[in-house]
Design a protein around this ligand. Structure first.
Ligand code: P6P
Length: 352
């Protein structure tokens, strides 16, 4: 009698090996993804300790906050998550360099592992802990990452080698640390979700081929900025709020977690549009959210799930970066709703 063999869960490792066999990724890129996702598991443990781990609150010393290149006060967990990702990627030989939202400049791997570990073919960019202002109030936060090819012949990459449009990304993903820890990943062949099985310590495939509904009745925006918006955004949101009584002909609901990973995970799961538009406070910087560490990876994930991502005036993935910490306005999510928002920009754009 054949024993009832347990059907082992479909792990991230198995998924990546099958993607490698399909020719979608090379072995060294598979290694890179495994290293980054293993680091996310370590970050999940640190985040999960909460007050018990002595890791809440601001980094720096009393009265002397630690301010990052973004001009934001760093949380202790921002620094911890950044260190975990740096340490995990220093010695594997799969990376040529890495860049973090938390650090002024990119770091060539040779500077990280002076013992002569070989430099690999890829550039890793990450926001080690997005939404970290929510940590102290126990709201979901996450790690966002993106992988680019290191230009041919460049063994010690500098900042300018990272300035590639989002269409050049080979991998994009995030790990959300919420009621459960979920990894959402694309290698250019669909967007897939893996839930961390804490009992065996591995990510298990839970949704193959996430699809964003083209229509939605849910929008995510920080309404407290309304008086600072430009005319296109004013007109767009006014019609969302008018609901059935206005030109959109349907009522809308609003959600705003103030943690991009959480808001994007919701729209990848059930549809919606997420927006952080230009406003009078952030227009001088080009926007609030970072192109390389937030907008581009999320845009690739959303497009691979059938959605759309735009600055309001241009497809996000086609923006040519001009700086490592460049900021952009962001509209992403359900395709038809993003196209509606872009239409408002075309029709109401005083800049046009
Ligand atoms: P606000 C978090 O700091 C973040 O970068 C994104 O995760 C989030 O969507 C946005 O900023 C929240 O901004 O102005 O609502 O605090």
């Amino acid at each position: 009698m054949t024993p009832n063999r347990p059907t082992s869960p479909y792990s991230l490792t198995r998924f990546l090996i099958e993607e490698e066999r399909a020719g979608h990724i090379r072995p060294d890129l598979r290694l890179l993804i495994e290293v980054v996702t293993r680091a996310c598991k370590r970050i999940s443990i640190e985040v999960g300790k909460g007050a018990l781990g002595g890791v809440l609150g601001d980094a720096g010393t009393p009265g002397q906050a630690s301010i990052n290149v973004q001009g934001e006060a760093q949380k202790k967990l921002d620094v911890i998550a950044n260190d975990v990702l740096m340490e995990a990627n220093a010695w594997g030989g799969h990376l040529a360099g890495l860049a973090s939202e938390e650090m002024d400049h990119s770091v060539p791997i040779q500077d990280l592992s002076p013992d002569g570990s070989p430099a690999g073919n890829y550039l890793l960019l990450f926001d080690p802990l997005d939404g970290s202002s929510n940590i102290d109030v126990n709201i979901s936060v996450g790690t966002i990452f993106s992988v680019l090819r290191c230009p041919e012949g460049v063994t010690k990459p500098a900042d300018e080698h990272y300035l590639q449009p989002g269409t050049e990304q080979l991998v994009a993903g995030y790990c959300t640390y919420g009621p459960n820890t979920t990894l959402v990943l694309t290698i250019g062949h669909g967007t897939h979700a893996f839930t961390l099985d804490r009992e065996i310590g591995s990510f298990t495939l839970t949704t193959r081929g996430m699809r964003i509904p083209e229509e939605t009745q849910e929008f995510a925006v920080n309404m407290s900025n309304q008086r600072h918006w430009q005319p296109p955004m004013q007109a767009y949101v006014a019609d969302l709020l008018a609901g059935k009584t206005g030109p959109r002909g349907k009522d809308f609901n609003m959600r705003w977690v103030a943690s991009m990973v959480a808001d994007v995970h919701r729209l990848l799961t059930r549809g919606g549009i997420f927006s952080y538009p230009l406003d009078a406070k952030c227009a001088a910087k080009g926007g609030k959210l970072r192109l390389m560490y937030e907008a581009n990876p999320m845009a690739m994930l959303v497009e691979q799930a059938g959605g759309a991502a735009s600055t309001g005036r241009q497809r996000m993935l086609e923006v040519t970066p001009t700086g490592l910490h460049q900021r952009v306005p962001v509209f992403l999510g359900s395709r038809n709703e993003v196209e509606a928002a872009v239409r408002y920009h075309r029709e109401h754009d005083v800049e046009a």
